[in-house]
Design a protein around this ligand. Sequence first.
Ligand code: TEU
Length: 536
Amino acid sequence: MAQHDWWRGAAIYQVYIRSFADGDGDGTGDLAGVRTRLPYLSELGIGAIWFNPWYPSPMDDGGYDVADYRDIEPAFGTLAEAEKLIEEAHTLGIRIIIDIVPNHCSDVHPWFTAAVAAGPGSPERQRFWFRPGRGEHGELPPNNWQSRFGGPAWTRVTEPDGTPGEWFLHLYSSRQPDLNWTDPEVAEEFEDILRFWFNRGVDGFRIDVADGLVKADGLPDVTDETAPLPYSDLDGVHEIYRRWRRIADSYPDKRVFVGEMWLPDPERFAMYLRPDELHSAFNFDFLSCPWDADRLREVITATLAAHAPVNAPATWVLSNHDVTRHVTRYGRADTSFSFADRQHRAPTDPVLGTRRARAAALLTMALPGGVYIYQGEELGLAEVEDLPDEVRQDPVFARTAGRDIGRDGCRVPVPWSGETSPYGFSGNGAAPWLPQPAGWGAFTAQRQADDPSSMLELYRRALRVRAEESALGDGSMRWLERGAGVLGFARGDGFVCVVNLSGEAVELPGYSEVLVCSGELVGGRLPADTAVWLRR
Ligand code: TEU
C-alpha cells in the first residue's frame, strides 16, 4: 500500500489515556505512561494510535469537556511532552490521531465563562445556544430536547445581576455547552485548532459527534421519534467538513479525519465520506450487529456497498470507550449492542464471549478496510459491571439516576503485570482512579506474552500476518458459499477467512496452510465460534 494511503487499511489502536498507563504514580494514566508502552504497541503491530481527548479538562466527561484546545491536560503531561511522544511514535512508524470535540466545550472554557458573565444579547453568548425559557417566568426549557446522557438538554444560568436567566443548550452533560456553528468565530477557531496540531505533527483527527454541529433553524421541538432529529445530520454540516478537508489536504503528507457518527441510514452516513469530506468513519452498524452469520453478512455487504461509490475504506470496530466490551456482549443471550445494554445487563458467559471475541478479531482484521482496537481488547478484558456506585464517574450514571450504569466499566485501568491491583498500571502501586477486579492477574500483558493460546498472542500473530499479506487491509473481497451459519470470504488470489457461527464443527475449503486460527481445528474441522485464516 502506498505510504500516502496508510489510513485506508490501518490497524488503529485506541488509547484512553487516563486508563492506559500511569507514569507519574498518581493513579491516573498519562503521556509518560504511554511513552513507556510505545514498544508494546510497536510489537503488537499497530499502524496508528487514536488518543481520546488529551486537552485540559475538568474531566466531567473524561476529557470530552475541553477547557483549552491548544494544550495538554496537566494530569496527563505537557505540550512539550506530547510533541516528544508524537516524534517517538513516528520513529517507530506509528501515526498519531487525536480527538477533536467541536460540538461542545467545557463550562470552564474561557468562551463560556465570558458568555455567562456578559449577559443576554452579548456577542459572547452568540458562540453558544442561549435562549430565554418558556413559561410565565422563563422557568421551562426553551424546547423539549433531551440530553444524550439523560434529562433535559438545557440548563438555566444565573444572570450577572443575580436573577434566574437564560438557558443554554447541551446535548451531553450540563458541563458541556454546545457551540453555535453559525457564529463565524466558532468555525475560524476550530480551523485554527486543526492547524495548531497538524503543525505539531499530528496525522489526523477523530471528530467527536461529527453529525451534531448544525442545529435546525429555530431549534424546533422533537415531535415524532421517527423524524430526523433537529440536532443530528443536518445538511449544513457537510460544508464544515469541506473546509476542514481543504486544510488537511494543504499539508504535504496525508492527514486524515475519522468521523464519529451514530446514524441510522447508511446512505446519509456515506455522504460524510465523499472525496472532499472525511476520509473515514466508525462503523457502528458492525459494532451493534449480533453474533449471527446472516446478520453479519448483511451488515458487511451493506457497509461495503455504501462505501464503494465514495471510494472510502470501511472500518471495523468491536469496542470503544462508550460501549459494553464485546467479550461481555458476545457472552449474552442477545449479542447485539444498544446503549440500553447497560440498563438491563443480562447474564453473560465469559468463556463463550471470549471464544467469539477471538473469532471476531480474525473476522475484523480480514475484512477490507481499516480496523480499530480498543485498549484492553487485545488482552480479552471483559466489561467490569460490578463497580460500586460511589466510584462511578460517568455523568450518564448521575443523569439517569443510576438506571444506566454508564461507561466506567469499559474504562477500568489496563492490567500490565503482577497478581494484584494496580497490576503494573501505576509503577509505585498507587490506587487506580477506578478499581480493578481481583482476577485480572490472569489478563495482564505480562502473563499473556509468549503464551500461544492467549488473546494477546492471537492479536500479535494476526496483526503480523495482516501486515505481511498484501491481500489484507484495503481492497476487495468475495463471499464464498460455505453453508448455513458460516461466513467465508476470499481476498486476493490466495487468502481465505472462514468464521463458524453455526453451533457445530464444519468442513473447511481446500487449503495449503493455516495462517492463523482463533481456536484449534478438530479432525480438520472448524469448531463452533471459531475463525481461521487459510492460504489456498
Ligand atoms: O459519544 C457520542 C455519543 O453520542 C454516544 O456514543 C454516547 O457515548 C452515548 O450516547 C452515551 O450513552 C462521543 C464520545 O465518544 C463520548 O465519550 C462522549 O461522552 C460524547 O461524544 C460527548 O462528547
